[in-house]
Every structure is written in structure tokens, then in C-alpha cells.
Design a protein around this ligand. Structure first.
Ligand code: CMC
Length: 384
């Protein structure tokens, strides 16, 4: 309060740093110790023990499922994996050179045309929207990949689990079980991360009580940017442009002097190495042991070591995007699908936040500090 009794204006925080914008019981980040939990469970334990669908269930419904609940959820998701031929035909009209994130945003939004009954107070509607989105987003990502190569999308296979089926729809080959298991763990690691930009976007959209397909489409659009999910593509490009280990130090010194951001480094919440990067690095090593080494991994490790000396004192360490690209590359996934894969996983988190937002909704409508001119007189065009 000011002396006159009026409410004092809150200080402006660019990027809303440190400003709580919601209450949530979904995910917690301890950025000083590098610990990430979903509904109270450590993400490293989930990545080692759980499956993506079980983790999605946990995030969205708040508890680990019983065996029967999980079987039912998996079955429901499996039954809804196919997408309408109309959506596939629409995707055939997309430019083949367009970014798969744009294709995904458009196709996710188009689901609302098919399932538009906005019955947000009906628990069955909520369940069916959750199932459809988790089931169909991977199918749409894989469909665009084949369509842009001039091929017809292949149908999901009912005998394959979630991660294996996605890799199968993408590559037309049944994946090696270890590769599928590692990919599933990657999905777990990307499934949720509190109020990041895309989740905030999802909650703002949800708060207007629009349909869940619009919620996910708006979040996909937000995830696409290079400061958020798009960074995973840029990391490989960056490593390629460094070229060799002996170039790491001069390259990094130049980048720091030119005040360029090092892709895959830094995080608003973490002041230590992102726990997801620690796990992804181990998964990358498992893949290299099984399927052959990638020399770009040595370059990445050298960059991490040199950056620890130069940027570590500022609390800037590898984030989730630093090693994920190397894992996906080893799995044979094209670079511009890295962010759509992030979206497949994060759909679980967005839906958990959508559901939570509906449970205690108030529309987001923050204030602003006006900095423009005032009291101007309109001038006829000839007098300007
Ligand atoms: N490389 C070099 N310097 C950095 C980096 C980086 N990657 N990140 C932050 N800094 C420096 C920045 O220059 C600034 O320095 P100074 O105070 O001297 O001006 C200081 O650290 C604070 O940076 P900021 O940009 O104000 O921090 P932020 O919390 O607004 O941004 C971030 C967080 C993730 C956007 C940022 O670290 C960044 O741009 N990283 C590179 C892109 C990236 O890897 N993004 C993926 C994020 S994790 C997954 C996800 O969210 O999708």
C-alpha cells in the first residue's frame, strides 16, 4: 500500500523471472541441487523404471496407475492412434519444405475440428481429449515425415508399444528394443518441466476455456522457438560448426566475446547441470556402446568441460537440449524432428496443466506498465 492507501504497483520483472503465476502440484525443480520431480517422484527414477505412458498417467491423474488402470490407459491410447484420412490429406497439401513444428501445430489445431464438443465439465470429455492427444500427436509427426518425402504415412501397429510404434511409423522398421527403451526414457525426461514458456502458454490458453486441441496447438507454437524446445536442433548445428575438438576453446572464447548464446546451455531454473542432461548423457553412452561411437560426442564433452571453466561461475551448465540431439541422431532421427519429439513428450505435461487449470480456473489477464505517448491530437493525413 502507498501512503494514500492505493495499491503499490508491483515491480516489473522482464520474462516474469521469479514471479509465481500459478499454484501447481505437478512438478518441482530444485535448481540449486539439480533435482527434478514429477508428482513427488524423482525423474531419474522414473526414467530408469517407468514408461512414458505410465509417467503421462502419473502427471495427468496425479497418482501412479494400478496394473489394471495402466492396461486400460495403454489400450485406449492404442485404439486412438490413427488419424483421419482428412487430416492426412490436409498434411499432403503442406509445403514439403515447411518445418515439422509448423505442420504439427496446424494438425494439432485441426483435431479441434473433429472433436469440438467443448464439454469441459464432463470427465469423459477430459479423458477422451487426453487419450486422443497423447495417441495422435506422434502419428501426425511421423505422417508428416513420410508425406514430405513423397510417401504415404504408414498406419500405427497395434502390437507395438508407444515408443516402438512411433519409431516404426517414422522409419518403417521395427526398432531395436534397446533403442526403443532409450527413446521412451527420453520421452519421460521431456514430459514436464513446471511453468516453462510453452506450459505457461498452454495454461493461458486453457484459462479462456477453449478446447484442449487449441491449448496444445498454442503450446506447440511456443515450444518451437530457439530459446525453448528449438534449441535441441541448434545444438547439433553448433557442434558441427565447431568442427573439431581443437577448435572448441577458440570457438567458445569468440562466442563469449561476441556475447552469443551457447545453445544447450543455461536455464532460468538451474544453477547446476540440468539433471535431465546428466541422464541423457548416460543414455547417449549406452547407445554408443551398443551401436557405435559418435565422435561428435567427444566434441560435446570437450565443450562442456571448457564451458564449465568459462560459464560455470555464472551458473551456466548444459541443459536438457545439450545431449538429446546426439541421442536422436544415433537413433537415425532427422534434426528437424527433434523439437516435434519434444512436443510428443511435453503433451503429457501440457495436458496435466490444462486439467489443473480447469480445476481452479481464473482467466489470465496480467497488467502492463504503459510507456507510450499520451494526449495526442489526431492530424489529418495531409498535415502529417
Ligand atoms: N550461453 C552464454 N551465456 C548465457 C547462456 C548461454 N547459453 N545462457 C545465459 N547466458 C548468460 C546471458 O548472456 C546473461 O549474461 P549477462 O548477465 O552477463 O548479460 C545471463 O547468462 C542471464 O541470461 P538470460 O538470457 O537473461 O537468462 P534467461 O533465464 O532469460 O534465459 C535461457 C534462459 C535458457 C533462454 C538461456 O540460458 C538461453 O538462451 N540458452 C540457450 C538456448 C537454450 O539452450 N535453450 C533451451 C533451454 S532448456 C529447454 C527448454 O526450455 O526448452
Amino acid at each position: 500500500m502507498t501512503a494514500s492507501g492505493a495499491q503499490a504497483p508491483s515491480p516489473f520483472r522482464p520474462g516474469l523471472e521469479g514471479v509465481p503465476a500459478t499454484q501447481s502440484s505437478i512438478c518441482d525443480i530444485d535448481g540449486q541441487r539439480g533435482v527434478l520431480t514429477y508428482r513427488g517422484f524423482r525423474v531419474d527414477e522414473l526414467a530408469a523404471q517407468s514408461t512414458f505412458l505410465e509417467t503421462a498417467y502419473l502427471l495427468i491423474w496425479g497418482e501412479l496407475p494400478t496394473a489394471e488402470e495402466l492396461r486400460e490407459f495403454e489400450q485406449e491410447v492404442q485404439m486412438h492412434r490413427r488419424v483421419s484420412f482428412r487430416i492426412r490429406d490436409m498434411m499432403k497439401c503442406f509445403p514439403s519444405g515447411g518445418h515439422p513444428m509448423d505442420a504439427l501445430q496446424s494438425s494439432a489445431a485441426s483435431l479441434g475440428l473433429f472433436y469440438s464438443r467443448r464439454a469441459l465439465d464432463n470427465p469423459e470429455y477430459i479423458v477422451s481429449a487426453v487419450v486422443r492427444l497423447i495417441a495422435k500427436i506422434p502419428t501426425m509427426v511421423a505422417a508428416f515425415q513420410l508425406i514430405r518425402k513423397g510417401q504415404d504415412p504408414i498406419q500405427p501397429r497395434d502390437d507395438l508399444a508407444y515408443a516402438s510404434n512411433f519409431l516404426y511409423m517414422l522409419t518403417e522398421r521395427e526398432p531395436d528394443p534397446l533403442a526403443a527403451r532409450i527413446f521412451d526414457a527420453c520421452l519421460i525426461l521431456h514430459a514436464e518441466h513446471s511453468l516453462n514458456a510453452s506450459t505457461f502458454s498452454a495454461r493461458v490458453t486453457a484459462s479462456t476455456l477453449t478446447d484442449p486441441y487449441a491449448v496444445v496447438a498454442s503450446a506447440v507454437g511456443t515450444l518451437a522457438g530457439p530459446l525453448h524446445g528449438g534449441a535441441n536442433e541448434d545444438v547439433l548445428e553448433m557442434l558441427e560448426s565447431i568442427g573439431s575438438e581443437d577448435q572448441v576453446e577458440p570457438w567458445l572464447d569468440r562466442a563469449i566475446a561476441e556475447k552469443r548464446k551457447i545453445m544447450g546451455f543455461g536455464h532460468r531454473e538451474y544453477k547446476v547441470k540440468d539433471p535431465r542432461a546428466v541422464i541423457l548423457q548416460k543414455l547417449a553412452e549406452q547407445l554408443f556402446d551398443a551401436f557405435g561411437h559418435d565422435p561428435m560426442y567427444d566434441l560435446a564433452r570437450k565443450l562442456e568441460a571448457v564451458a564449465a571453466e568459462r560459464l560455470g561461475p555464472k551458473g551456466i551448465y548444459p541443459n536438457v537440449d545439450f545431449y538429446s540431439g546426439l541421442v536422436y541422431r544415433k537413433l537415425g532421427i532427422p534434426e528437424d524432428l527433434f523439437t516435434p519429439i519434444f512436443a510428443i513428450a511435453r503433451t503429457a505435461g501440457w495436458l496435466a496443466h490444462w486439467k489443473e487449470q480447469l480445476g481452479a480456473n481464473r482467466i489470465y489477464r496480467p497488467s502492463q506498465i504503459y510507456t507510450g505517448p499520451a494526449g495526442r491530437d489526431w492530424q489529418p493525413i495531409g498535415a502529417r
